[in-house]
Design a binder for this molecule. Structure first.
Ligand SMILES: [Zn+2]
Length: 383
């Protein structure tokens, strides 16, 4: 079987993107006019998806990163990576892996990432801090206590965080090598996390592949169905679906149209957004004139639902950091001025400004007060 030609079809990927978006925007009743972006600030974009550190918790010094942003990038949603790649000597010996594809040793949840990000942020001046929206990632989404970790981080570092994520439920190669219980969209621990994110106003950046790698033709895309049900259970939570569910080798199944048609009855998904971050995603969307046109038409129709992001990990220089933006030039050129402004800046400002306000209000009401003991409180969808 010619695996490459089937898996990397840009046309299929765009069809997948189109259908996934269509089902969400149509079921949500369509995008509504919102405030437009900041046209006159001189920045090229705000970055809704950025990792300061890598899979071994090392990365760019935050002061250097501010210089890399320079006068090109206005604001950045900033996070580490919740998973640490273990260096298992019995597996790779003296070779120290820095990426999950470099060894069969497991990944494990590394909660200290949140303290690292918070302390880095706190080392900046107020003017520098105003350009960043740090995110909490260091929780295990299979743990019913994960929401309590998030609360604890807000209480320990008030005034810092705007959201949670990027965190991962299903991801090619990653999920199956993560230590402990396998993450699941059906786990009530995840509902508890999203319930609290809604209560506190935290923006959620969720990575969940749109399908499994290497699906058989006509295989039921259970992930998308579970994802839709999860989104439906949390109408009060702002959720960004990272990479529109695409990945290196994740491709849509042939029955996508039928799946989307079955999902078209849901009117309650206008709290779900899409980031088009990652060079792997850009590769699909700008592959051909046809893919560019189809993607641009969709974004132009629903300009409030997409955010630009880089998904860069610990860049060392500005040219590398701007690579994904440069890759997207043909797509950006095909957007209306209004859609371009919203995708690059306006939607970021709207979502993250709202989050800052709500999270600061939650902190003002809760920090310094005794924590109630963990309780078996009702969870959305599990009452
Ligand atoms: Zn990412």
């Amino acid at each position: 079987m010619n695996v490459q030609s089937r898996l990397l079809s840009p046309r299929l990927a765009v069809v997948c993107l189109a259908l996934a978006v269509l089902f969400l925007v149509i079921t949500a009743g369509g995008g509504r006019a919102q405030s437009s972006g900041t046209a006159g600030d001189g920045y090229l974009f705000h970055d809704s998806h950025f990792h300061l550190t890598n899979y071994i918790q090392e990365g760019t010094d935050i002061h250097d990163f501010l210089k890399i942003m320079g006068d090109k990038v206005g604001r950045v949603a900033l996070f580490g990576i919740p998973l640490q790649q273990q260096w298992a000597y019995e597996v790779t010996g003296d070779y120290a892996p820095t990426y999950y594809l470099q060894t069969d040793a497991p990944l494990y949840y590394y909660s200290f990432t949140d303290a690292h990000i918070a302390m880095a942020y706190k080392s900046l001046t107020p003017a520098e801090q105003a350009r960043l929206d740090p995110m909490i990632t260091g929780f295990n989404p299979t743990d019913m206590y994960a929401a309590d970790h998030i609360k604890r981080v807000l209480r320990t570092f008030p005034g810092v965080f705007s959201g949670i994520g990027e965190f991962t439920i299903h991801k090619e190669f990653v999920s199956s090598k993560t230590s402990g219980e396998v993450a699941s969209l059906k786990n009530p621990a995840l509902d508890r996390i999203l319930d609290f994110a809604g209560e506190a106003g935290l923006v959620v950046i969720l990575h969940n592949d749109v399908n499994m790698p290497f699906p058989k033709p006509d295989q039921d895309p259970y992930m998308v169905l579970q994802l839709k049900e999860l989104f439906e259970r949390h109408p009060g939570t702002t959720i960004i679906w990272a990479h529109v569910g695409l990945g290196r080798i994740v491709s849509p199944v042939q029955d996508q149209v039928g799946m989307v048609a079955r999902a078209l009855q849901n009117p309650n998904l206008n709290h779900v957004y899409f980031d088009i971050s990652w060079d792997e995603v850009a590769k699909y969307l700008v592959a051909t004139p046809e893919s560019i046109k189809y993607s641009a038409d969709l974004i132009n129709r629903y300009p409030d639902r997409f955010l630009f992001g880089t998904d860069e990990v610990a860049p060392t220089e500005q040219a590398k950091y701007l690579k994904v933006y440069d890759m997207y030039a043909p797509l950006l050129a095909a957007l209306t001025p209004e859609a371009r402004a919203k995708v690059l800046k306006g939607n970021y400002e709207r979502l993250f400004d709202a989050a800052r306000k709500k999270v600061r209000a939650w902190e003002a009401a809760n920090v310094g007060k005794p924590l109630p003991p963990p309780q078996p409180t009702p969870i959305s969808g599990y009452k």
